[in-house]
Every structure is written in C-alpha cells, then in structure tokens.
Design a protein around this ligand. Structure first.
Ligand code: DAK
Length: 258
C-alpha cells in the first residue's frame, strides 16, 4: 500500500485520482513518493476501467519540488546511481491522459511534474516556479525544456535564471495552464474535464495523446538528455552543497562559484 499518495481508481466512472499526500512537507517529492506515483500510474494505465487520471495535492501545495533535505548531501555520482530519471521516464510514458489539478505551490520538480501531465487546471492561488537556481542547481526533470516550449524563451529564461514564481493568472496568459478557476472548484473543474475525456474512445484518446506529444518528442528527448548531464554536473559543485544546506538551515546561501 502506498503511504505518501492516495490512489482512488474509480473516483468517478472512468476517472482515477492520485493525491500527493505529504502535506507537512508541502508534498516535497522524495524518492518514496515518486516511486509510489510511478507504480500507481503503471497500475492505472493497465486498468481498463480507467480512462483518465487526475493528479492533485492540497490547497496549499501541489508540490514544492524534489525533497531538498534528501538531496542536500548527494554527490553527482550518488545522483547518477540513484537514477531517478528512470522513474520520471516511466511516468512520462503513461498512455492515458493525465490532468494536473494545481493549487498553491508548484515549484521545481512540482512544476515539472505538472508539466509532465497532459493538461493543467489551476486554482487562483496556484504559483508556478523553477527556483532551483536559488539553491545552487538547475531544473533536472524537464523544466528547461517543457517550460520553454510552453511559455517561450524570454519568460522561461527569466523564471529559470531568477527563480521567480508566476501566478496562476500569468501562467494562463503565457499558455502554461488550460485555465484558472476559483480555489473552491479547481478539483471539480479538473474532474469535469477528465469526465468528458472519459466518454471518448479510449483507443482514440490514447493515440491522439501520443500524436500531440509526437510534435516535439524527438527534440524533447535530446533536450532532456542535455539537461540531465548539466543537472548532474551541478552536484559536483560546492554551490550545490551550500545552496541546499542553506535551505535546510533556513539561512541565505553564499555562492562562491566553486
Ligand atoms: N524539500 C524539502 N522540504 C521542503 C521543500 C522541499 N522542496 N519545500 C518545503 N519544504 C518543507 C520546509 O522545509 C518546511 O519544513 P519544516 O521546516 O517545517 O520541517 C515545510 O516544508 C514547510 O515549508 P516552509 O516553512 O518553508 O513554508 P513557507 O510557506 O514559509 O514557504 C516555500 C514555502 C515553498 C516558498 C518554501 O518552502 C520553499 O522555498 N521551498 C523550496 C522550494 C524549492 O526550492 N523547490 C525546488 C527544489 S529542487 C530530479 C527530478 C526533479 C528535481 C531534481 C532531480 N531527477 C529526476 C534527478 C527537482 C529539484 C527540485 O525541485
């Protein structure tokens, strides 16, 4: 049984939900949670009663990123050997459509997870960001690639290089999310969208999803490969140690460029 997510295979006819459930840690994506998420998606993908999947967190956070406390003392080689990318790759290969219902923080790996989904419904209080730069690293789960494709180079570059967050309204204006709705109804809105998709031919839906993704998949693979090498490289720096230690110790980091 998963401990850090709540899976409801038939929340509505044809629609399954997965709730990320580490509320005290703002749903920080540790290895266990990501493993459980991967396993749940593999199972739901094989479950013929499920036609569409909704992933959500809670009002305060979709997910505030990968678990910095778990990563803080890792070396580049540790990261390489843990090979979290195989988990993310398996999630990316889910054939059924996935909707991210986002409220509160969707930061770093949380923003990347939302972008790995096929559509995003945001609540008014949702905030999106790639703040990895502030802790001495860079996005590692597709952020530099997917964000740039979604909102264009200028906006993506600013977010990735400064770590600034954007609001739900900005995210909608830039084309990152499908729509923004009131906090009270964002999950219902995602469920409604999922219910509509669930009435369609599952075969046509699967093939259509694959086809839309194909528009950039070849370039995406190359881009992800490039991003991953550079992401690992940040773990060879003293700045990564300093940046993550500073977060854990609740102080400002001092970066030295080493
Ligand atoms: N990791 C671990 N703990 C976190 C966390 C995180 N990302 N975000 C929040 N928390 C914890 C806080 O430490 C705090 O725990 P306690 O101190 O109470 O024990 C608790 O959640 C509540 O957070 P705050 O007290 O900080 O709450 P505030 O409202 O004051 O601030 C905040 C909320 C979201 C602005 C702040 O918590 C924050 O800045 N969090 C970090 C955001 C961030 O930097 N995210 C990017 C992390 S790096 C990879 C895949 C993905 C990634 C990497 C590799 N591979 C496949 C290899 C992704 C990397 C990242 O996401």
């Amino acid at each position: 049984m998963p401990e850090l997510i709540i899976v409801t295979p038939e929340k509505q006819p044809g629609v399954a939900t997965i709730q990320l459930n580490r509320p005290k840690e703002l749903n920080a994506l540790n290895l266990q949670l990501m493993g459980e998420l991967r396993d749940a998606l593999v199972e739901l993908d094989a479950n013929t009663n499920v036609r569409c999947i909704v992933i959500h967190g809670n009002q305060r956070a979709f997910a505030a990123g990968a678990d910095i406390k778990q990563m803080a003392d890792k070396t580049a080689i540790d990261m390489l050997m843990i090979d979290q990318f195989s988990t993310w790759d398996r999630i990316r290969k889910t054939r059924k459509p996935i909707i991210a219902a986002v409220s509160g923080f969707a930061l770093g790996g949380g923003c990347e997870l939302a972008m790995t989904c096929d559509m995003i419904i945001a609540s008014e209080s949702a905030q999106f960001g790639q703040p990895e730069i502030k802790i001495g690293v860079m996005p590692g789960a597709g952020g530099t690639q997917r964000l740039t494709r979604a909102i264009g180079k200028a906006k993506a570059m600013e977010m990735v290089l400064t770590g600034k967050f954007i609001s739900a309204v900005e995210a909608e204006r830039y084309g990152l999310v499908n729509r923004v709705v009131a906090d009270e109804i964002y999950l219902d809105e995602a469920m409604k969208l999922a219910a509509t998709i669930a009435t369609m031919s599952p075969v046509a839906v699967m093939l259509a999803k694959e086809s839309v993704n194909r528009t950039y998949e070849t370039f995406l693979d190359e881009g992800l490969h490039f991003e991953r090498k550079n992401f690992y490289l940040t773990f060879a720096s003293e700045d990564q140690k300093e940046g993550m230690a500073a977060f854990v110790e609740k102080r400002a980091p001092v970066f030295t460029g080493k």
